[in-house]
Design a protein. Structure first.
Length: 263
C-alpha cells in the first residue's frame, strides 16, 4: 500500500513539473500580449543607442527601433535601466524580455541568451587622450586600460594576448566615468564600441583620439532569454519588414547621417 501511494505521489509530481515546464516554454509572447507591452533592458548611458538626453528623455537609435517594432507588433514598449553586468540575471528572472542596447553578439553570450539576426556592424576601438602616442594594441603594454564591466570590450581585451602585458584593466559601471578618468589622466586608454566612441567624441569639446588598430569586427543583436526562439523570430520578421520598406534606413540616417543598417 505504501509503495502504491509513493508511486502515485511520484507520478503527480512528474505531471505537475511537466505542466509548469510547458507553461514556461510557451509563455513569452502570451505574457507580453496579456500585459500589453514588452520590456527592454538597457544601459541608459549608452549613446547613441539608448541614453537620457538633456531634457531627461530616453532617446537613441535602439530606442527608436524598439518603438517601431512595438508598433508593428500591436503592443507598447517599456524601457528598464539595468546594471550591465546583471543583464543575464535580469533576463532569466523575467524582469525584462530582452536586451536591446548595442549588444554585441559573442560566443560566450550565445551560451547564455538567444540572439536576433545581427542588424548593425561594430568593432572595439582604443580611445586615448589627444596627442597620445598610443596607436596599436601592443602600445597598451604596461598601461592602465578602462572597459565597462561585462562588456564586449572587456571580452575582447581578455581574449587578446595584450591582457597579460597590461599595467591594469580597470572596470567601470559606465563609459561616461571611464572617459572622464581618461580625460583626467587616471587611465591611459579606453576600449569601447566604435559606434558609441565616435558618437561621444563628436559630442564633446574634449580632446580624444582613436588608435589605428582595433580589436576586430563584430555585430549587434537583440538578446532574448536562452531558447526564446519564437520571440526572436517575431522581432527578426519585424526588422526585416523595416529594412524592406525603408523605415530602418530612415532611423539610421536620423542618428548616423547615413544608412548603416545591415542588409
Amino acid at each position: 500500500m505504501k509503495k502504491l501511494a509513493l508511486l502515485m505521489m511520484s507520478m503527480m509530481a512528474v505531471f505537475a513539473l511537466s505542466a509548469c515546464t510547458s507553461d514556461t516554454e510557451t509563455s513569452s509572447w502570451d505574457t507580453i500580449q496579456e500585459r500589453g507591452y514588452f520590456i527592454v533592458g538597457l544601459d541608459n548611458t549608452f549613446a547613441p543607442m539608448g541614453f537620457v538626453d538633456d531634457f531627461g528623455d530616453l532617446v537613441g537609435f535602439d530606442v527608436d527601433l524598439a518603438k517601431e517594432v512595438a508598433n508593428r507588433l500591436g503592443v507598447d514598449v517599456q524601457f528598464l535601466p539595468i546594471e550591465w553586468d546583471s543583464k543575464v540575471l535580469e533576463l532569466n528572472a523575467k524582469t525584462i524580455d530582452m536586451i536591446w542596447n548595442g549588444l554585441t553578439i559573442t560566443d560566450a553570450r550565445q551560451l547564455e541568451m538567444t540572439f536576433s539576426e545581427p542588424y548593425l556592424a561594430n568593432k572595439q576601438i582604443v580611445i586615448t587622450a589627444g596627442g597620445s602616442s598610443i596607436d596599436t594594441i601592443a602600445d597598451l603594454a604596461g598601461l592602465k586600460v578602462g572597459v565597462q564591466i561585462s562588456s564586449a570590450a572587456e571580452e575582447a581585451v581578455n581574449a587578446n594576448a595584450i591582457v597579460d602585458s597590461l599595467g591594469e584593466l580597470v572596470q567601470y559601471d559606465s563609459y561616461d566615468q571611464a572617459l572622464l578618468d581618461l580625460k583626467n589622466g587616471v587611465i591611459d586608454a579606453v576600449v569601447m564600441d566604435e559606434i558609441m566612441g565616435r558618437y561621444m567624441i563628436s559630442q564633446t569639446s574634449d580632446s580624444f583620439q582613436i588608435a589605428s588598430e582595433d580589436f576586430g569586427d563584430e555585430e549587434y543583436g537583440i538578446g532574448f532569454r536562452l531558447g526564446d526562439t519564437d520571440l526572436a523570430e517575431m522581432f527578426n520578421s519585424a526588422l526585416q519588414a523595416m529594412r524592406d520598406d525603408g523605415t530602418a534606413a530612415e532611423i539610421s540616417i536620423t542618428w548616423f547621417g547615413e544608412d548603416i543598417f545591415l542588409d
